[in-house]
Design a protein around this ligand. Sequence first.
Ligand code: UDX
Ligand code: UDX
Length: 433
Amino acid sequence: MNITMIGAGYVGLVSGVCFADFGFDVTCVDTNASKIAALNAGRMPIYEPGLAEIVAKNVKTGRLTFTSDLARAVKAADAIFVAVGTPTRRGDGHADLSYVHAVAREIAPLIDSYKVVIIKSTVPVGTGDAVHDIIAKTTPLALFSVVSNPEFLREGAAIDDFKRPDRVVIGANDDRAREVMARLYRPLTLNQAPMHYTDRRTSELIKYAANAFLATKITFINEMADLCERTGANVQELARGIGFDNRIGAKFLHAGPGYGGSCFPKDTLALIKTAQDFGAPTRIVETVAAVNDQRKRAMGRKVVTACGGSVRDKTIAILGLTFKPNTDDMRDAPSIAIIQSLQDMGAAIRVFDPVGMDSAREVLVDVTYAADPYACLAGADAMVLVTEWDMLRGLDLNRVKAALKEPVVVDLRNVYRPEEMKRVGLHYVSIGR
Ligand code: UDX
Ligand code: UDX
């Protein structure tokens, strides 16, 4: 079977190359010509561990190609995946479906034999029906099915998450489409990945429910962290203590500065809007989104307190900018809100990130970029660890103390241990401990 993947972003590129790795012929299409040119030159437009190697391997076999020519790619395809961006729409929080609808209108006249149109982008309930209507109205005689197949890829672990998923969710309303999907994912079922077949609308909602639940779990442990700080308890030990209960599970109980990324903030907002539109408001998720937003700003105040009550005319060194380690993605990274709040309070900011500095330059203003962690700390009044990159987990604490002007460390990911910080003579503030 020939696959066309429309949208070569974090989702489309990883999904496309993994299908090619399964042995399918895959054409990745993207309107962004420079992205396609980079991919054809073997340069990756995103940072994802292992991506460059698996792309090069499959380009070499001829199974994986990149183009901006949508028409040719669609005509040759049996399965057409839609993995274009569904960002938060300016101002009202709804998912912006203009790219998805645009693609539906573009592919409709090109369907001259049975095709399965598979929506991998995260889309509100009912989008599959809308895409079906757009295609049916544009090309009444077209033979096609529209399927929902949401992704559960974590950035930084996306290839592994694709190849060893906890489950594959297929929202299909007819048997012929289900048969095609079974063939596409057969390589996964061979290693026992459970295939969950349901209808299209349930599948669309599963994606939002999963991300909203994960965002809720993170926000819950973040609120427990605040309570731990007031009661003298330890949130890491609290997390372990509740995580032994397999109804709760140990994962996603790391307290931090609040969740960021291109998914949780966008998907919680979109679910809130959908729920309001359908008259079943999700008040828990509304609260999660509000608490998370406040938390990022509260982290700025935590730094101010650690610095003795003011950061005016002080230099603050920020270590880690991306929304999580092993990615270059700055979308909704907590560092953005934290830096903004510190600048509003008169601080000068110096930053270091192992991978995200180029992406950061597009979103940060008035910050100084340092070449390495210790250069970032030199002469600063405080160190703030925001993203728990591996290379930031083992800093030489004597060098940290010697570099800093004031021995203040704010660790927003609980990477270090209070007793080791005390021994070195650093004033150490962390989360929930
Ligand atoms: C995004 C969301 O983050 C994810 O939740 C959703 O499931 C899919 O869309 P991502 O890959 O991160 O995933 O999106 P993005 O990085 O914005 O990539 C989308 C790609 O589609 C971009 O490369 C963009 O150039 C391309 N695109 C967009 C098209 O090819 N055609 C369009 O009409 C619009
Ligand atoms: C998430 C979902 O995990 C994935 O299934 C979905 O397809 C896309 O969205 P991603 O956003 O890439 O993946 O990263 P993830 O590892 O889930 O982290 C999201 C945010 O939560 C990050 O800002 C991270 O720092 C934060 N987080 C995560 C915590 O603060 N604590 C945790 O315990 C886990």
